[in-house]
Design a protein. Sequence first.
Length: 248
Amino acid sequence: MLEIDTVTKRFGGLVAVDAVSLTVNEGEIVGLIGPNGAGKTTLYNVIAGTFPPTEGTVRFNGRRIEGMRADETCTLGLARTFQIPHVFASMTVGESIQVGAFLHRRRRSAARALSLEVAAAVGLGERFDTPTTALTTAERKRLEVARTLATEPQMILLDEVMAGLNHTEVNLMLDLVRTLRDRGLTVLFVEHNLSAVMKICDRVAVLDHGAKIADGLPEEVMENPEVVAAYLGPPAGRDVAETEGGNA
Ligand SMILES: Nc1ncnc2c1ncn2[C@@H]1O[C@H](COP(=O)(O)OP(=O)(O)OP(=O)(O)O)[C@@H](O)[C@H]1O
């Protein structure tokens, strides 16, 4: 469904994403992880249309999408959340969801009906008429997911939707993502919460210093020495230069 082919993104002299290739198949939940500054958000932004790659291609359902605007990729069925929830301060939860619903539904009544459905699906049904400013962090994250769902996507890109959530809230979010997948959505999520990634992902790709260093089943990836070194640094007492995949 999503094919990222040797994508590089440079900011001046800095290579934020370095020739990364990654495929996400229909119905999969794929996690994109890596230490701070690894290039996750940059790759995510390239996929979602915030900015074009310096090199490489991104295909969604076979169609080239690199360089397209976020609203264009969204129209094609690829929707994203933002790391910092973009709530509209003056709106209610329902109105905020409705903004996304208008993408494919012109009539107000149809957009509202979809918004009610989506709000219920993410557990915000009771908060439909609540101002977005009154939401808790966990509810704001759910609203962010709801706003992407309202665009009726085939695939969603989730950016740090577990950040700031407590254990119970993380589990509720995991349940939500599983439910979405069971309903046919494909999911790519960028996440710092490794235990959440381990619990939910069919496959995990790991970035370090912009390059992909691993891609596979979660348990395999977590045991990969290069991944361990990227997160924890090289084993104590060894010369960094001798440590394959070290974080030097
Ligand atoms: N707009 C930009 N201009 C210049 N450099 C940038 C820009 N965006 C990101 N970078 C740099 O690119 C590199 C990758 O950053 P990125 O935010 O993609 O990493 P990340 O894996 O998402 O990190 P984190 O987990 O901390 O969010 C970093 O060195 C960062 O400073």
